[in-house]
Design a protein around this ligand. Structure first.
Ligand code: Q0Z
Length: 287
């Protein structure tokens, strides 16, 4: 009955373990990163919020694309996943012009080979959501690539399938979240293949760690937008004069409490489920 978990990988804020030949355990910690540095202070329940949100979206997008979720653990922070052959692509969809998409547009008028209209401002909504894949960097930042480079990595037919699926997933979630007051500016997916070669959505889905969440009521294009979840942390770090290199600063109790409340608010707004109900029984997000 008891199982032996073998640790296989660490992300910045998550851990991956092997359960058996077919299954992995993906555990979301309460660690938080900002400006690419993991901070020494944890945000209580952040891991549960992110796992619950991913599971919620996996349950609601099953008809658009099968996913790796097999079961939620009773602690609400760990997910049993189907083990897949992962594709060597970070599958980014952008609905708004932010981050590296904005930087590329300023330099070249394009982002990942998509020619954009002139005169766009930072954080503007794009005419259409764009698929902007990047390579998986083992160190440093993922590198944006164009469709030709991405197709060379996975094959032209698989590339077309991944693009079509990623755009469909983004359109579904962005429309759903916007109606609840959250703009999903962009998001990153990872896909894998099952034993039959079927495309399967893996990793996490539409969490604030894999996506830019913006509060819709504060949306004001023409500059950077406040982050739904991390703005207190960023503002606090800016007051400290920290140089944004390791090690990061400890967070104050007020910043921890405010940030935890924002994660819980994102969970409750998007799922329309009380976070306490999720903690009592994580399977409520799957209904
Ligand atoms: C995901 C990662 C980490 C979190 C491998 N279903 C799957 N099948 C095979 N491999 C993966 C998955 Cl999700 C897989 N990663 C990235 C690493 C924590 C995510 F340490 N690596």
């Amino acid at each position: 009955m008891s199982e032996t978990l073998v640790h296989v990988a660490s992300g910045k804020v998550r851990e991956l373990f092997t359960i058996d030949d077919e299954r992995l355990l993906l555990v979301a910690s309460d660690r938080i990163s900002t400006f690419d540095v993991v901070l020494p202070t944890e945000i209580p329940d952040k891991g549960r919020v992110l796992t619950g949100l991913s599971a919620f979206w996996f349950a609601r997008t099953r008809e658009l694309c099968p996913n790796h979720l097999l079961a939620l653990r009773p602690d609400g922070r760990a997910m049993e996943c189907r083990r897949l052959e992962m594709l060597p692509l970070e599958c980014v969809v952008r609905g708004y012009l932010a981050g590296s998409g904005w930087k590329d547009y300023l330099r070249t008028g394009e982002t990942s080979g998509h020619v954009l209209p002139e005169g766009l401002r930072e954080s503007d909504r794009l005419p259409e959501p764009l698929f902007t894949p990047s390579t998986k960097a083992t160190t440093g930042h993922d590198e944006n690539i164009d469709a030709g480079q991405a197709a060379a990595l996975v094959g032209a037919d698989r590339y077309a399938e991944v693009e079509r699926t990623a755009l469909a997933l983004y359109r579904f979630a962005a429309e759903y979240a916007e109606a609840l007051g959250i703009l999903i500016a962009d998001t990153k997916f990872e896909f894998g293949l099952d034993a039959d070669g079927r495309l399967v959505l893996a990793d996490e889905a539409f969490t604030p760690d894999s996506s830019r969440f913006w509060p819709a009521d504060e949306y004001q294009p023409g500059g950077p937008q406040p982050s739904f979840d991390k703005q207190f942390v960023r503002d606090y770090c800016e007051t400290l004069g920290w140089d944004k290199t390791y090690p990061g600063p400890e967070l104050s109790d007020e910043v921890v409490a405010g940030t935890r409340a924002r994660y819980v608010e994102a969970f409750e707004r998007l799922t329309r489920i009380a976070f306490a109900d999720y903690v009592a029984d994580p399977s409520v997000v799957l209904a």
